[in-house]
Design a protein around this ligand. Structure first.
Ligand code: SAH
Length: 526
């Protein structure tokens, strides 16, 4: 599936800065449903065309349960039509441009440019009319031509497929966000689990233009796959934004993370968090272990299964045992600091909290997570309802985000971030750093994250290290130990901490170059 975007302006190749893709190179990345490439088929001074090519693995998609993939045929149209999978590929390829970030040429980010987008086959169950109704109000001239089912057999009639050309003056971020949100809306079939995070994505990428879009309700309904609680939350959030249009913006104080998120969300970021935290995701949680299950069956079946098999054959510790080791190491580091209070940031289902509650020296414990479903499980795991009043005062569990200043996070001796940071994408990582190390400032911060050096253990024969997939579909990165150290060095220097980097999990003394499966950083306020 190929989408092309053509931009006409003087010095047009400079658009490469905004897209984060050099016109002379080819970008390739594997993602949950296949592979995405970005390249420039046409580059002259006054016009460039950038192509987004996705190769979807149709068999891999089908191997997931129908509930997740909504597909039951190995031979399906997904590789050939623009769909929600193209939208995922778009985000993989152009994440910084979608977030409106471009350090090299910030002047270009806010500039309206002349764009022409061509989609040779777009799936839409509701006719050319809907395509026009969605894109025209956003300032595009729209061409949408229905394609025959098979050009050789006109009697077979027309398909639900359209050749689409969109022409308009748009900022790069706007053009990409329109496609990102509207391709799945037109396709009307998401191929991944729709939960609170999807509502947050819709707001992050759509709120700037959705509030005034005449088809706002239809877009929200179809994007969120008719899930009523999600729709209601997004609608009320958009209505609040609309009401706020005339009011003064929030003060910077109220939005600790305004700066890093400015580009990512044209709307007030706290609105987005409110939605994420207020929502009850109906089925599996977003936590690591459950996501593993969703991921393995629904999103990246072929490769994930391969990794799982490889793991088993080299006799790795089962993930659960490794996680127990991690948690014990973290508790040991808490104990060693003499901490009396602990905040578990991104506590998930409360596995660390269960250990913490048995630690008598801890008189105050708080677990914070953005997923209400995970927190419900944490409560069950701790038998929270049956704890005495005194214990309930001692240990608390609360919805919250690490990306926004939150007074509740302040005043703790120790903080833990266990397998959390790799779930945050780059601009949000900066927000978390400011919130945790800059504002909450616990005396000790313990961070664990995978060690990418170790991933080579899961490589196929002859597969280069860079080609080994990340361990989990929601991981935004996995650092080598050198990358981890560089990050920790920066944190220590910026926020006045010292740190120690440790290996976590069993390692092979004969392979020091790959180390142990996880890495841990223990930061102390200097
Ligand atoms: N620390 C737990 C869970 C790790 S999974 C454990 O070790 O078992 C990562 C967790 O981070 C998930 O529960 C996810 O909901 C949470 N998370 C992701 N982004 C977050 C954010 N911005 N604020 C708070 N929690 C977040």
């Amino acid at each position: 599936m190929l989408i092309t975007l053509t931009c006409a302006m003087p010095n047009a190749p400079d658009i490469g800065y905004v897209l984060g893709k050099h016109p002379g190179s080819i970008f390739m990345r594997q993602f949950s449903a296949g592979t995405v490439w970005v390249y420039y088929p046409h580059v002259v001074d006054e016009q460039v065309t950038v192509a987004l090519l996705t190769e979807i693995d149709p068999v891999g998609l089908v191997r997931g349960p129908a509930a997740l993939t909504q597909l039951d045929q190995y031979v399906n149209d997904r590789p050939y039509v623009a769909s929600s999978l193209t939208s995922v590929a778009l985000r993989v390829a152009f994440s910084s441009a979608l977030a409106g970030r471009c350090e090299a040429r910030p002047d270009l980010v806010g500039r309206s440019l002349h764009w022409e987008v061509t989609i040779p086959a777009l799936n839409c169950d509701a006719g050319a009319d809907l395509i026009t109704r969605l894109f025209t109000p956003l300032g595009y001239e729209v061409v949408a031509e229905c394609l025959p089912l098979d050009a050789r057999f006109p009697a077979w009639g027309e398909a639900n497929l359209f050749y689409v050309r969109l022409t308009g003056e748009q900022t790069t971020q706007a053009a990409l966000s329109h496609l990102y949100v509207l391709l799945p809306v037109l396709d009307n079939a998401k191929h991944y689990y729709v939960d609170a995070q999807e509502a947050a994505k819709l707001l992050a990428h759509g709120s700037a233009w959705l509030t005034n879009h005449p088809e706002r309700d239809l877009i929200t309904r179809r994007y969120l796959r008719y899930k009523r609680p999600l729709i209601q939350q997004v609608e009320s959030s958009l209505a609040r934004l609309l009401a706020k249009d005339d009011e003064a913006p929030e003060t910077v104080d109220e939005l600790a993370t305004e700066e890093p998120l400015k580009g990512a969300h044209d709307a007030e970021p706290h609105e987005i968090v409110q939605v994420v935290s207020a929502l009850e995701a109906p089925t599996p949680t977003e936590t690591e272990h459950d996501m593993d299950a969703v991921e393995a069956v629904g999103k990246a079946p072929v490769e994930t299964v391969a990794i799982e098999t490889a793991k088993a054959t080299v006799g790795e510790p089962p993930e659960q045992r490794l996680h127990d080791l991690r948690l014990q190491a973290v508790m040991e580091a808490v104990r060693a600091s003499g901490a009396h209070s602990l905040v578990d940031l991104g506590c998930g289902e409360g596995r660390l909290l269960v250990l913490a509650i048995t630690e008598r020296s801890l008189t105050r414990i708080l677990g914070i997570d953005v997923s209400s479903t995970a927190l419900a499980r944490a409560r069950r795991r701790l038998h929270y309802e049956t704890l005495s009043d005194a214990q309930q005062r001692r240990i608390q569990i609360a919805l919250g985000s690490l990306l926004y200043r939150d007074k509740r996070l302040e005043g703790f001796d120790a903080a833990a971030l266990v397998e959390v940071i790799e779930h945050l994408d780059a601009p949000r990582l900066g927000a978390m750093e400011r919130v945790v190390f800059g504002l909450a400032r616990p005396r000790r911060v313990i961070v664990t994250t995978p060690n990418r050096d170790y991933n080579i253990r899961w490589a196929q024969p002859d597969q280069p290290a860079e080609a080994v997939r990340l361990r989990h579909g929601d991981h935004r990165f996995e650092w080598t130990r050198a990358e981890g150290r560089a990050w920790a060095d920066r944190i220590a220097a910026s926020y006045g901490y010292t740190f120690e980097q440790r290996e976590l999990g069993p390692s092979d003394p004969d392979s020091p170059e790959i180390g142990a499966p996880s890495q841990m950083f223990v930061f102390d306020l200097g």
